[in-house]
Design a binder for this molecule. Sequence first.
Ligand code: NAP
Length: 247
Amino acid sequence: MLVQGKTALVTGGSRGIGREIVLTLLNNGASVYYIDLAEGESLAEYQEIAAKHGQKAVFKQGNVADEAAITATCEQILEESGGIDILVNNAGITRDGLVFRMTAKDWNDVLTINLTSAFYISKVISRSMIKRRVGSVINVASIVGVIGNGGQTNYSASKAGLIGFTKSLAREVAGRGVRVNAIAPGFINTKMTEQLNEEQRDALRAQIPLGRIGEPEEVAKVVLFLASDLASYVTGQVVHITGGMGM
Ligand code: NAP
């Protein structure tokens, strides 16, 4: 029960990596608010786990790219919850293509959803963390933001930007007891990667020292560590969760 009694906010918490993060935080004693475009199928399961620990699981519909709406939603969550201890900026998309074929819309959508949304949300939530002198922010970047990937200039720029944002925010808020870290997953089995065919998967496995694609639970466990007091002296870091790829 590493986050017993804490309250978390997770974006993109309906499925994929976000779903595993919500489940792991709930199973370790936190209450969890999650924001997503749609409720999905997980809420009843989340509420059942939360109830077992005397905690809450609450869904808020929202588009993280809409500044006015997401700011209002975060303010409402702060009021309802009495304070957020753990923020996980997880919502993200891909719109892959070679740079000379990429539209400005595909560039801007990826930058806004993957990077600018973390600014909108952290602005509201970290202000409240500073006042309470407690908090852990975890930004879900990607190994592609560190090593690059052909066909993903927009995605890798957004994730590299998120890493820079993480380190700068970590410096801004460290003096008030708030920690800010990023994680950089490699290839993880979710809807985002399910379009890869077997040949592409084999090529990927060949680049991964542990020889396999990762599972969302393996990402969630690192988020739990960073969210918990086990990581009380860890801030401004980028933790790679890649099976050794890009080491
Ligand atoms: P996913 O299965 O596609 O889930 C993404 C979640 O974010 C979905 O619930 C999605 O909602 C939500 N979302 C998308 N746009 C949103 C918006 N504008 N407002 C609110 N919610 C929004 O992806 P994933 O693989 O779990 O990825 C989660 C994070 O990990 C992303 O930041 C991704 O870049 C990062 N990551 C993933 C991998 C990987 O291999 N899978 C590797 C490195 C990093 P809908 O279901 O309604 O679309």
